[in-house]
Design a protein. Structure first.
Lengths: 400, 600
């Protein structure tokens, strides 16, 4: 049985309100990375004034729909938002402060690439109000960086991490592992280095092949082969072990933090809280008028821009999320977290308690198998369950 | 009516690929039965599947007018016959409608097992036989050697064998001359009461049931009230004609003639093949000998992959049965596969052809369970019952003993493969009856249990002999065997569709093979899975599928939850039709794949 005393205080005190976040998407990159299927585009020139204005306009639009809410986090993602002029970030943050109340510990994260050119603007972003930097390091190995199509090398990455440590209260960086041919020993060395460079947070993703990427083409031709299940599992397990020993346990499947240093913005997603998405292809989930709505922006930057200038926002029509879908989404997200899902939140979101939502036999089998745990407060996936979450979800959410 | 002295009724006996259909095509062309516009290859094989596989399934008939060198015009009735053992029954009815046969043998391949069986049948029907050596234009042709082989193996005088190349047309005229001069004319009594053999019947969507007949004595004409002697049914004949090969209405048929009639019959079961037709107003005193009915010997379950297709499958089976009286089916339920049908076939090729026709002509996606034979169970209370489906096996304590069908098989093969084939027959519990040689070809006669043959014997035979062995069999009675039901258990729960009746000596091997196969086919699950083969309570083979170690999306942020939800929905879609075994759920597709591999 789950002992909640195992959980960090911040998690234990997580209130019924999972927070309210604002995501801002900057859709441009210097070049496309071969593994990335995010909404990113390469453009020769960008009309910075027009872009700043459009993002502000869409912010105004959503502010009008969410009066009285308190913003707990802002996240600049992309694309490569560190390519955005710091003044744009400053203008957006000023506007946010004008529209909404903000929590005293408001988290403002920015994704950045560790090239020296981008590192030059760290101070500017700090001054604009960014208080947490997330660096896309991806590997601490030059060969792997070239394979991943990155524009930086290990030396540049290390310098950027050190600069981030000086400029920002909090910072994190990403690494991608389970690369083709990757050995356990080499990954362990990379992890040791990463832990030495890290402060309170690390994101460690297994490489996945996504449709519409260069890697997908290679994989389809058989020119790129990912490690098979057992090796992938071994790499995952060693990752959990090393990070736990270093004091950054996995609080989510791919995210590790010292207690209290978790990314609050992402926690809002995983706790199935509300967030609005600003910018091309950004997603939002909003509770209003007694229902939950899924909102997504037009993906193509030019079309999004045109719509904003014409209509004040660049989103498709909001789609209702049914109680069943809310249950599914909440479980998919919440079981990724080590803390699991609050049972009272299940009732709050879906209108029915856990017992009405799941097949008791399946739940019992998953618990007996050591994949799920539950008490009178929470349902959570064990580490074994998180490692096999797709299969666990497949069984738990089967509606037959 | 044609003078019987100018009529010749003949069948062509040949092994697959020895050129029967090509020879028939050439003869039709030479006699002007079809102009070039209507002529296509294998004109007598009307089903797509026959044309593609180059085999004949249904017997066909065609009337040819041949102007012989003696100046007379002869009426030739060609009965095309299937070459495969499964359709031996069709062969026997064709032979019964003729006075003579042409034996076509490939001049390089020589005599094959099926040819042999069919020649013996023709001899049983008191046929005169004209041997024809085909493909003599090929470099590999050895007409002299093959001529000798025909004499040695069949015991037929081949000194006057006709040398031809059906492909080029060389010698085809000589075959027609031989038919006229070396085969006997029919000798029916034109004044006697009507006696006609019901050779075949089929359902035509426009005409209703069409009946193929051979008139022996008397006459048959439109308007006549006929009686079918075995069933006692009477009908008025409304059409009489012949195939040229296009249907041509003639209004009447006389003694010695072959043709078709329709009589407003809607249900094919009314027309019993082998029955004798006579004139209701002038009854024949006794029926023709007829022939014994065909009996399904191989059974299997056919299930639609999509349960919603069950009714469509039922309709399709019904339509096929309209034209194939030898094909039987009844509804069956399986816990693993849902609703389907237990179907009986004349043999494995028959099974395969029905399956393929269902998939092709009726657009069905099917699951076929492992073929089984008909066992005779003698219960402890002395009663005897047939078992068509291993799933219906009663409690073994109530069974006194089980009898299984045996066959007598003839295998002809180049002697270099003899060792491998002998081993195969021994592995399959075969008992050698005879081993003889004709040149470099060996002829093996074995008694074998049919259940060992339906289980991939033919494929193994082909593979061991690189396709050079030919095989033929006939049913050869029942014998008591040490047989038991072998169950396949997944997490201790039986998978009914995979159970089979096996001889105890074969159980371990079969069980191991099936467990290994399932281990490869069942995807890893959250829990480890035990796959076992058991006879009664004794486990004879076991495999373990270890639990999955990892299955998770690395990245799930950026707020795009809808996409992840769709991924999950897709994953669920793929797991439709799961069946629970203990704590795991296994997709039906794994069992289907295991059954499909049985086909290899």
């Amino acid at each position: 049985m789950l002992r909640l005393s195992d959980q960090p205080d911040a998690v234990r005190s997580a209130a019924l309100d999972p927070g309210f976040g604002i995501y801002i998407h900057w859709p441009f990159c210097r070049s496309k990375c071969p593994y990335c299927d995010f909404n990113s585009h390469v453009r020769d020139s960008i009309d910075q004034d027009r872009w700043r204005q459009a993002l502000l306009t869409e912010l105004d639009h959503y502010a009008a729909q969410t009066p009285g809410r308190t913003v707990t986090s802002v996240f600049f993602g992309g694309g490569t938002p560190s390519l955005m002029p710091p003044a744009t970030a400053a203008a957006l943050l000023d506007r946010i402060a004008g529209h909404w109340a903000t929590s005293p510990d408001l988290e403002v994260s920015l994704e950045a690439n560790p090239t020296s050119a981008e590192a030059d603007s760290f101070a500017g972003f700090r001054a604009a109000g960014v208080n947490r930097l997330s660096l896309g390091i991806q590997a601490l190995d030059d060969t792997a960086l070239r394979f991943l199509g990155r524009r930086h090398d290990v030396a540049e990455a290390t310098a950027a991490i050190r600069l981030a440590a000086r400029c920002f209260d909090r910072f994190s960086f990403d690494l991608i592992y389970a690369r083709p041919g990757q050995e356990i020993a080499g990954w362990r060395r990379e992890l040791d280095q990463a832990v030495a460079l890290a402060a309170g947070h690390l994101s460690l993703y297994q490489l996945t092949i996504e449709e519409g990427t260069a890697f997908h083409t290679l994989a389809a031709r058989g020119d790129l082969v990912l490690p098979e299940e057992d090796r992938g599992a071994a790499l995952f397990e060693i990752t959990q072990e090393v990070l736990e020993r270093a004091g950054l346990p996995g609080y989510e499947i791919s995210n590790h933090a010292r207690p209290g240093q978790e990314c609050r913005h992402n926690l809002t997603y995983w706790r199935y809280g509300d967030y609005i998405g600003i910018g091309p292809g950004a997603h939002g989930r909003l509770t209003r008028d007694g229902g939950k709505w899924a909102i997504r922006g037009h993906r193509a930057p030019e079309i999004w821009m045109q719509r904003v200038e014409q209509d004040g926002h660049g989103s498709h029509a909001a789609e209702p999320v049914t109680p069943d879908q809310r249950w599914q989404e909440m479980v998919m997200m919440g079981l990724r977290l080590a803390e699991g899902i609050r049972l009272d939140r299940i009732v709050q979101e879906t209108g029915a308690p856990l017992g009405d939502r799941v097949d008791a036999g399946r739940l019992a089998r998953l618990i007996d198998g050591g994949f799920l745990e539950t008490d009178d407060l929470r349902l959570r996936a064990t580490s074994a369950g998180r490692q096999r979450l797709n299969a666990v979800l497949g069984m738990l959410l089967d509606q037959r | 009516m044609t003078d019987q002295s100018l009529i010749r009724n003949f069948a062509i006996i040949a092994h697959i690929d020895h050129g029967k259909s090509t020879l028939a095509d050439r003869m039709i062309q030479l006699c002007g039965g079809l102009d070039d516009r209507d002529m296509r290859d294998q004109v007598l094989d009307s089903m797509d599947i026959e044309r593609e596989r180059g085999i004949t399934i249904k017997a066909q008939t065609v009337r040819l007018l041949y102007k012989a060198k003696d100046g007379q015009t002869y009426l030739l009735n060609l009965m095309d016959t299937p070459g495969h053992v499964d359709f031996a029954y069709e062969v026997s009815r064709s032979l019964a409608a003729c006075e003579g046969s042409i034996l076509v043998v490939d001049a390089s391949q020589g005599v094959e097992a099926q040819t042999l069986a069919n020649v013996y049948q023709a001899l049983d029907n008191a046929h005169d036989i004209v041997p024809v050596l085909n493909k003599i234009d090929l470099p590999a042709a050895e007409p002299e050697r093959i001529r000798q082989q025909i004499e040695d193996v069949i015991g037929l005088d081949a000194s006057e064998a006709v040398m031809i190349s059906a492909k080029t047309g060389l010698g085809v005229g000589d075959v027609l001359e031989a038919i006229v001069h070396r085969l006997p004319a029919p000798k029916g009594d034109p004044d006697a009461p009507l006696k006609a053999l019901l050779v075949d019947s089929w359902y035509d969507p426009y005409l209703g049931v069409v009946v193929l007949v051979r008139v022996v004595d008397g006459h048959l004409k439109v308007g006549m009230k006929m009686r079918m002697m075995a069933t006692g049914a009477t009908r008025e004949i409304d059409r009489v004609g012949v195939f040229t090969p296009k249907p041509l209405l003639t209004g009447a048929l006389g003694p010695g003639e072959v043709g078709f009639i329709t009589a407003g019959i809607k249900d094919i079961t009314e027309t019993k093949v082998g029955d004798t037709l006579t004139d209701e107003r002038r009854l024949a005193s006794s029926p023709l000998p007829g022939f014994k009915p065909s009996i399904p010997v191989v059974f299997c379950g056919l299930f639609p992959t999509d349960a919603a297709e069950f009714e469509h499958l039922r309709d399709s089976l019904g339509k096929l049965a309209l034209n194939d009286a030898s094909f039987k089916f009844e509804a069956e339920t399986s816990a693993a596969l849902g609703f389907g049908f237990r179907c009986g076939f004349l043999g494995l090729l028959h099974l395969e052809i029905i399956q393929e026709r269902l998939e092709r002509e009726f657009d069905l996606d099917l699951i076929t369970t492992a073929p089984s034979v008909v066992y005779k169970l003698t219960m402890t209370d002395g009663s005897v019952r047939d078992l068509h489906n291993p799933a219906d096996m009663p409690d073994p304590v109530k069974i006194d003993h089980i009898d299984e069908p045996w066959i007598k098989a003839t295998i002809m093969l180049p002697d270099e493969y003899l060792g491998g084939i002998l081993q195969l027959c021994t592995d399959r519990r075969g008992v050698q009856i005879d081993l003889t040689y004709a040149g470099a070809r060996a002829m093996l006669v074995y008694r074998l249990p049919l259940n060992e043959v339906v289980f991939d014997f033919y494929d193994r035979l082909k593979s061991i002999s690189r396709g050079y062995a030919s095989f033929d069999y006939q049913m050869d009675g029942y014998e008591t065997g040490d047989l038991a039901k072998m169950s396949i258990l997944v997490n201790a729960e039986p998978v009914d569709a995979l159970s089979m009746i096996v001889h105890r000596s074969q159980a371990d091997k079969r069980g191991r093979a099936l467990c290994e196969r399932l281990k490869d086919l069942i995807p890893r699950q959250l829990f480890k899975i035990a796959v076992q083969a058991a006879v009664g309570s004794r486990v004879i083979a076991r495999e373990t599928i270890s639990a999955m170690r990892k299955d998770v999306l690395a990245k799930c942020y950026g707020g795009d939850i809808s996409r992840k939800r769709k991924l999950l929905d897709k994953q669920k879609e793929g797991k439709k039709r799961m069946r629970q075994f203990g704590e795991v759920e296994i997709p039906q597709s794994a069992f289907i794949a295991a059954l499909k591999m049985n086909d290899n």
